[in-house]
Design a protein around this ligand. Structure first.
Ligand code: HPA
Length: 265
């Protein structure tokens, strides 16, 4: 048995077999409290999952139900900026697909390029710009690595998410997410460029996971929490601490949004 098969087998016996997985990014972790009767598996016990070393957190896979739906929540992701490796989340995503997941919901914190989306706003990702021009699929054999990305963010799931947000009374913007490698923030000139290219949000995650998920045949839905105006668009200086502080201010809305969306899709 390889690492992905072993991880999938462990997931399938640990809790209700998940049909839907959610990667909880910065600002979204509060949604872990939504899970009824949770079972936690630390990433080090799942051979295909990466070792994390952010703030001493190992990363936890939480299994259980939200609104009756069997889910797997990934509390902690490995970013491409930590190693330069865009395939850092290959093991978890393939393990979840092998365990039976059919939908992957991705969440992140991002900078806003749109004056209408201030800090604390939530955005449904409609499409992306892979500005890092990296791929998690470079060493894949065969022709299925030529993944069609035209409807990467599933249009039917997006319509359901918009309706669920409206019904729950949560303002949900929609726009294009630009992936930059990081970990440094962008320059004001880079932000002007990204605006010209049609981006509404900028961040350092998610896109490699979308590519991996589409390659694995999973449907994708993704959300950004805008934690700050991007470089040059406000007087505030940018820092990771600032991002996390603003993320905490909006985490209740984020959690309500996920509960509404998971019940609807
Ligand atoms: N830029 C890139 N990534 C981010 C930002 C930003 O302004 N805010 C949160 N993540």
């Amino acid at each position: 048995m390889n690492a992905i098969e072993a991880s999938a087998a462990r997931i399938r016996v640990a809790g209700p077999v998940p049909e839907l997985a959610v990667v909880l990014g910065s600002g979204w972790d509060r949604a872990a409290e939504l899970v009824e009767a949770p079972t936690d598996i630390p990433y080090p016990e799942l051979p295909a999952f990466p070792a994390l070393n952010v703030d001493g957190h190992a990363g936890i896979l939480r299994l259980g139900r939200i609104g009756g739906r069997a889910v797997a929540l990934l509390r902690g992701r490995k970013h491409a900026y930590e190693s330069g490796d865009a395939a850092a989340m290959k093991g978890p995503i393939r393990s979840l697909a092998a365990a039976g997941c059919r939908i992957l919901v991705l969440t992140n914190a991002a900078g806003s390029l749109d004056a209408n989306m201030g800090p604390g706003s939530l955005m449904l990702i409609a499409d992306h710009l892979n500005m890092a021009q990296r791929t998690p699929l470079h060493d894949e054999p065969g022709s299925d690595r030529f993944v069609d990305m035209s409807d990467a963010y599933d249009p039917a799931l997006r319509a359901q998410a918009r309706a669920a947000a409206a019904q729950a009374g949560i303002a949900l913007h929609e726009g294009v997410y630009a992936w930059v490698l990081g970990p440094q923030f962008e320059t004001p000139a880079e932000i002007r460029m990204l605006r010209l290219l049609g981006a509404q949000a900028v961040g350092m995650s998610t896109v490699p996971e979308v590519i991996l998920a589409r390659h694995a045949g999973l449907k994708v839905l993704a959300f950004s929490m805008l934690t700050n105006m991007a470089a040059g668009l406000s007087d505030e200086s940018l820092s990771h601490a600032h991002t996390l502080r603003n993320a905490r201010a909006a985490d209740q809305d984020a959690s309500r949004l996920l509960a509404a969306v998971i019940a609807a899709i």
